[in-house]
Design a protein around this ligand. Structure first.
Ligand code: DAH
Length: 361
């Protein structure tokens, strides 16, 4: 076909001369584009005799392929060159100081969780854990709460569905941290001193209840333990936690299936100008449930009740956090409102410690 060599030479020149991607695109359009020179030549084949076409076809196809590869190669070369130029002209001063960023804060519940743990660790308690999805045996039966017991209904339990045909009793979202008493005694035997901070769940939602909240369980088992030990430990705890020496507690007779005798414990408080002050005055604020571990509970966990006895208590972490830090609304704990967190949160690197201070902000 006439003029193909000249066309090839012209196009190749244009490609190698293109100085940027836009110029290269112009070359592409004017050669292999719809109305480009190479494309027009291909269209001319329609008017050729079969013999002519047999010769021109492969030659044109070869040219088209050649042009396309040259375009692709040039495109890559131009992109490389552009990148090299940027790398040469732009630079980064890695010695510049980092931009300051607003720092996150520790949530008051995490803070209080750590504070409580630090205090009880100092009193010789270790931290135990248990699952949040619990069998009804650990959550109820082993704690002397049999099937018909009203406490089961009172606790507004979340039951987990069993698979079709599985007739075992449903698992529950643990309604309290008390099942960890059983698990710890089973695993570690007696004597024993543990606390268990953790999440618990009840189907309840209003101003003072959220479906998930936090408790801390305490358990001390030994051969010579009495309510007097319980009272001392709790008063020691409250004094350190609220930072007020000699806080008094009041024990009121109560009933829990897993303790005998049982007591609800109040701490000393006063109301000044509508403001609650813990640790002073002659008012009382209910804080927790407690008692001497019921012999049936010891038995359920394979601890001999004729040899050992102990005390247990359970209190709400959210509640003591609200009391200590003057947080009025429980539900705000779970709103994830950054402004609230900045206001009530704690500095990230200040770990609570008895010797270094519990609650610096
Ligand atoms: N488990 C109880 C609740 O969630 C709290 C409690 C009361 C725990 C007395 C105890 C205890 O260990 O001795 O309401």
């Amino acid at each position: 076909m006439d003029g193909l060599d000249a066309l090839r030479a012209k196009v190749m020149d244009a490609i190698s001369g293109a100085s940027d991607e836009a110029a290269l695109e112009d070359v592409r359009v004017s050669t292999v584009g719809k109305k480009g020179e190479v494309s027009l030549k291909m269209r001319e084949m329609g008017k050729m005799s079969p013999e002519e076409r047999q010769e021109a076809g492969p030659a044109l196809n070869a040219l088209k392929n050649e042009v396309n590869s040259a375009l692709a190669a040039k495109k890559e070369a131009l992109a490389d060159a552009a990148l090299n130029e940027r790398l040469q002209s732009e630079w980064l001063d890695v010695t510049l100081p980092a931009r300051t960023r607003p720092m996150g804060t520790i949530h008051p519940i995490s803070q209080v969780w750590e504070e409580v743990t630090a205090i009880f660790a100092d009193l010789g308690f270790s931290v135990a854990e248990g699952p949040q999805i619990e069998t009804d045996w650990y959550n109820f039966d082993a704690l002397n709460i049999p099937g018909h017991h009203p406490a089961r209904a009172e606790m507004d339990t979340f039951y987990m569905k069993r698979a079709e045909g599985d007739n075992r009793p449903p698992n529950v979202l643990r309604t309290h941290t008390s099942p960890v008493q059983i698990r710890s005694m089973e695993a570690l035997g007696a004597p024993l001193r543990i606390i268990c901070p953790g999440r618990v769940y009840r189907a309840d939602y209003d101003q003072t209840h959220t479906p998930m909240f936090h408790q801390i369980e305490g358990l001390a088992i030994d051969k010579d333990i009495s309510m007097a030990n319980l009272k001392w430990v709790l008063e020691e705890f409250f004094s350190i936690f609220f930072g007020i020496e000699g806080i008094k507690t009041r024990f009121r007779a109560s009933h829990f299936p897993f303790t005998e005798p049982s007591a609800e414990v109040d701490v000393q408080c006063s109301w000044v100008d509508g403001q609650l002050r813990i640790g002073e005055g002659d008012g009382w604020m209910e804080i927790l449930g407690s008692g001497m571990v019921h012999p049936k509970v010891l038995q359920a966990a394979n601890v001999d009740p004729y040899e050992y006895q102990g005390f247990a208590f359970g209190m709400g972490i959210d509640r003591i956090a609200m009391l200590k830090y003057g947080i009025p609304d429980l539900r705000a704990f779970f709103d994830s409102d950054l402004r609230w967190l900045r206001h009530y949160g704690f500095a990230a690197l200040d770990q609570p410690a008895i010797h270094a201070g519990l609650s610096r902000t």
